[in-house]
Design a protein around this ligand. Structure first.
Ligand code: TRP
Length: 334
């Protein structure tokens, strides 16, 4: 029997290269080998976007089309919407007894997100809701609801999976062996830097290249990317290791070209403008097949709905099995 994979994504914006190289590419490469559930985590997105439901709704469809456009095959992967599986919300309530508030506050991912919010909104965390603080519990429900054994994610998600493992152990300890402890799967490039050289590419950081960016946008973004600031003139030698243009060349270019680019750059035989132009061309070549698939789904929205309906039906069947076992273990199977 195929092993079970579960992963999820918050529908708060389009997929960017960080998502693609951090996780999406892995999803596509392993879809044949596993029984794969892919959740559009709209309930999780609402934990910090509860006042903007339009944004979440719109992005459910945007993200679904992005996922399909990178070659995720809906015949192999069950794509479903979190809010249509009420069993996940039930599990969240049950698991909330198994985790302390201080443990949630110490979760590194939650901690970073809270720090970012404080920076953005400049208060002392008073806007942090119960729902937001508890989203790792809901994510543990996502994972265990579908008996996810392996979780392919970017490395920012590792603390959330660890939190899930703790909940599973505690549950099994108290109520008897019921849930599966999941393991993360990381890609070779679990974290992608931003155009500005920031360690992380992110929407809120404004440094992302999106899979839906058109040629003009790609040109503008790459032309503005950070290069070695010590290089002033075209024929100054430079250090490719601190240049974002070289960094993205490494993602979308072949090894032969990379060697040439690297040595020319170090010897001062390559101007940044020329190098950026070459990257723009390669990046567009990389994005073209994705754009083509995307166009198909943009033109056939009823197909997207059908894919989500089918995936959600399958997910619901699975969730009903799990909730039965969980309630039995907890002696609430009246
Ligand atoms: N937290 C993930 C994100 O920020 C989304 C997510 C929801 C998820 N449920 C999941 C990831 C379950 C892995 C497993 O995009």
């Amino acid at each position: 029997m195929k092993k079970r994979i579960l992963t999820g994504i918050r529908p708060t914006g389009n997929l960017h290269l960080g998502h693609y190289f951090g996780a999406g590419q892995t999803w596509r490469n392993i879809q044949d080998e596993y029984d794969f559930y892919l959740e559009i985590a709209d309930v999780q997105a609402l934990t910090d976007n509860f006042n903007d439901p339009e944004k979440v709704r719109k992005n459910v469809y945007e993200i679904t089309k992005d996922i399909l456009s990178i070659g995720i095959d809906p015949e192999k992967v069950h794509l479903f919407i979190q809010s249509k599986i009420p069993e996940i919300a039930e599990l969240t309530v049950f698991y909330s007894n198994l985790v302390t508030v201080s443990r949630l506050q110490r979760n590194p991912t939650v901690k970073t997100e809270i720090a970012q919010k404080k920076q953005l909104f400049g208060n002392n965390g008073e806007s942090i809701t119960y729902g937001f603080l508890g989203y790792p519990v809901s994510q543990a429900a996502d994972i265990t609801c579908f008996s996810g054994e392996f979780i392919p994610v970017g490395d920012d998600q590792l603390p959330l999976i660890e939190q899930c493992r703790e909940i599973v152990r505690k549950f099994n300890n108290i109520y008897g062996e019921t849930l599966i402890e999941p393991e993360p799967i990381l890609s070779n490039t679990p974290r992608i830097k931003g155009l500005d050289g920031n360690e992380k590419m992110g929407k809120s950081l404004g440094n992302a290249i999106y899979l839906v960016d058109d040629e003009d946008t790609i040109k503008k973004k790459i032309m503005g990317a950070l290069t070695d600031t010590n290089k002033i003139k075209k024929d100054d030698p430079a250090n490719p290791d601190i240049c974002m243009v070289y960094y993205y060349h490494k993602l979308v270019n072949d090894n032969n070209s990379l060697e040439t680019i690297c040595s020319e750059c170090k010897q001062g035989k390559r101007g940044c403008v020329q190098c950026k132009k070459e990257l723009i061309e390669k990046m567009n070549k990389f994005l073209d097949p994705i754009r083509e698939k995307r166009k198909y789904y943009d033109e056939n929205p009823e197909e997207v709905n059908k894919i989500l309906d089918n995936g959600t039906r399958k997910a619901k069947e699975e969730a009903e099995k799990t909730i039965k076992e969980v309630k039995k273990a907890m002696k609430i199977d009246y």
